[in-house]
Design a protein around this ligand. Sequence first.
Ligand code: ATP
Ligand code: MG
Length: 209
Amino acid sequence: MRIGLMGGTFDPVHLGHLVIAEEARHEFALDRVIWLPAGDPPHKHREVTFQEHRYAMVVLATASHASFDVSRLELERAGPSYAIDTILHFRRQHPEQELFFITGADAILEILTWRRHAEVVQECRFLAVTRPGYDLARLQTVLPESYLERIHLISAPGVDISSTALRERLRNGEPVRYLLPETVESYIRKHGLYTDEMEPGGTAVGDPR
Ligand code: ATP
Ligand code: MG
C-alpha cells in the first residue's frame, strides 16, 4: 500500500487542497490519501476555528472521493500537532506501507522549521506540489542533498487560493463560490463561520457545542 498523508489546518478546506491531493495521488499511484486536520497547529499564531468544524468541512469536501479518508488522529492528540508524531504513528501501525507526506510549495520550503525535521524526512518521503506565488526551485538552495533525495516535485494546475484569502472574503461578504466545494460553503453559512458572528475560538453564535 502506498499512502499519502495530507496535513493542514484546513480553515477552511478549498480547491487548492483538493487539487494537490488528487494530483499527488495520480502521479505517485497512491492507494489512499489520508487527510489530517491539525489539532493545535504549531505554526499558526492566530486563533484557529473550532477543530470539529474544520474536521466536518474536510469530511464534506472529500466524501465523494473513493480514495480519500479523513483521520481524527491529530484532533484527538493532546498538545500541538507535529508531523513527526503523525508519521511515526503510521510507521508503527503499518510498517509495510510506503508513506508520502503531501505538501504545497510554501510548506516544504519551511521544513527546516519543523520539529525533528531530520527524522521527518528519514521516516517519510515528501511530495512537494507547486503553489502559485512560491518557487519550488528554491528548495535546491535551502535544503541539503540528503533531504532533496527524499522530496519529489509535482507540478499541479495552479490554484491561487488560500484559506486566509477565503476567510477575508467571507468576512467582507465577497463570494467564495467555485473556490471551495458547495457542501463546504453551505456548512460555513449554516454555522456562521468566518463572520463577525463567530466568537473567538471559532464557535459560531447558536452553535450547540
Ligand atoms: P492559510 O492561509 O490559513 O495558511 P492555506 O490555504 O495555506 O491556509 P493550509 O491548511 O495552511 O492552507 O495548507 C495545508 C497544505 O496545503 C499545505 O501543505 C499547503 O502548502 C497546501 N496548500 C494550500 N493551499 C494550496 C494551493 N492553493 N496550492 C497548492 N498547495 C496548497
Ligand atoms: Mg498555509
